[in-house]
Write a protein that binds this ligand. Structure first.
Ligand code: SF4
Ligand code: SF4
Length: 91
């Protein structure tokens, strides 16, 4: 195996570790307040985004407020807080 392949495998595994920190509470998407129009609740009680692959950008909340979707790392780096964030795996 080449160094490039090993690096790629490491990146894939690190991405999986990162993704698993989210337990899909949906609170960063407004599940406890005014939810994003794309936030869906699954039968297992977990939340998911119906447009995940093209989620970044401007959307609306259920009440019609403008909502700007950004990566969770940006929200945290910019010091944002939201109801329920005390349980977020990334915080
Ligand atoms: S578009 Fe963004 S804010 Fe809306 S549900 Fe998807 S991830 Fe959450
Ligand atoms: S608040 Fe954190 S744990 Fe909950 S859905 Fe958002 S990123 Fe995942």
């Amino acid at each position: 195996m080449t160094d490039l392949n090993r690096y790629h495998e490491w990146m894939v595994s690190q991405n999986k570790v990162w993704e698993e920190k989210c337990f899909c509470c949906g609170s960063c998407c407004g599940s406890l307040e005014d939810p994003c129009e794309n936030l869906q609740k699954g039968l297992n009680g977990k939340f998911y985004c119906s447009v995940y692959d093209k989620r970044l950008g401007e959307w609306r909340t259920i009440s019609g407020q403008v909502l700007r979707c950004v990566p969770i790392r940006d929200k945290i780096a910019q010091g944002h807080s939201w109801p329920g964030d005390e349980h977020c795996g990334y915080k």
